[in-house]
Write a protein that binds this ligand. Structure first.
Ligand SMILES: [Zn+2]
Ligand SMILES: [Zn+2]
Length: 262
């Protein structure tokens, strides 16, 4: 198992990264994920008062996807309930073991995520990854995660936008945990339309053949798929299904934000 290395020996590469980071911070000072104004050197990542506006995910949560649920008595959210019902009906194995998320996708973070995705605010990923590690380091360790895979973006889309925000988050997560990130193992080979308004079976069909998994995935046993926003879970589930065609590795998910469960 690739354990979490919270304290590491400092290599020349690390020093180079730090110097480069400092120079970049001087030239392009990092912006606060909430208000998008510059964050001074005394405040790391985010203004103190802005931090209060974010809504971290609190218990009780869905045991499958990590969404907040209304009561302790409710084990799964409605979306997971539907997915599990579908699996039972068609005698399919669930492709996702468990998922977690850092913030509730509500209020001001919606604008934050929009800028992260479309306005080149890649620097937010350092804050997101730090929050994810603060909250879930023990969980990541207990799952024995040996690789981090970002949800891939369709090639043409990535080219047009210049970056994949899930990959930025994965990279920062990898830096903080010492767990390698592998971005070429899963590819998006079909450009899909937004899936929110579709039912479970339609979403599943629409994502059929959207992802391609490389054979070398077999070297990993506990895979963490990461993304910016988790809504119904069909994207990650679809990746899990492709992975299951190659090996019996356990697939977990960790996302920056997650919708509200019901
Ligand atoms: Zn702020
Ligand atoms: Zn759920």
């Amino acid at each position: 198992m690739a354990g979490l290395r919270m304290t590491r020996k400092i290599s020349t590469g690390d020093i180079f990264d730090r110097v480069q980071g400092t120079v970049m911070d001087m030239m392009f000072p990092p912006r606060c994920p909430v208000c998008d104004e510059i964050v001074g050197p005394m405040e790391k990542y985010i203004h103190h008062e802005c931090r209060r506006q974010l809504l971290p995910i609190e218990q009780p949560v869905c045991m499958r996807c990590g969404k907040s649920v209304p009561s302790e008595q409710q084990e799964y959210c409605e979306d997971c309930g539907k997915a599990m019902e579908h699996h039972r009906l068609y005698r399919e194995k669930d492709s996702i073991k468990q998922g977690k998320a850092v913030f509730a996708y509500r209020d001001s973070i919606k604008q934050t995520m929009y800028r992260f995705k479309y306005s080149n605010r890649r620097e937010y990923s350092a804050f997101f990854a730090q929050m994810a590690v603060d909250k879930y380091a023990a969980w990541i360790r207990s799952c024995g995660i040996d690789v981090i895979i970002p949800v891939p973006m369709y090639r043409g889309k990535k080219k047009a936008r210049g970056y994949n925000q899930a990959e930025c988050f994965a990279k920062e997560l990898s830096k903080r945990t010492g767990i390698p990130m592998a971005k070429g193992l899963v590819r998006r080979v079909k450009n899909t339309q937004p899936l929110k308004t579709l039912g479970y079976a339609e979403r599943k069909n629409s994502l059929n053949g959207a992802f391609q998994v490389m054979d070398s995935i077999v070297q990993y046993y506990h895979i963490l798929i990461v993304d910016d926003i988790y809504t119904t879970g069909s994207t990650i589930e679809s990746i899990g299904r492709e992975i299951a065609k190659h090996c019996d590795s356990q697939v977990y998910s960790l996302c920056v934000c997650i919708g509200q469960g019901s």
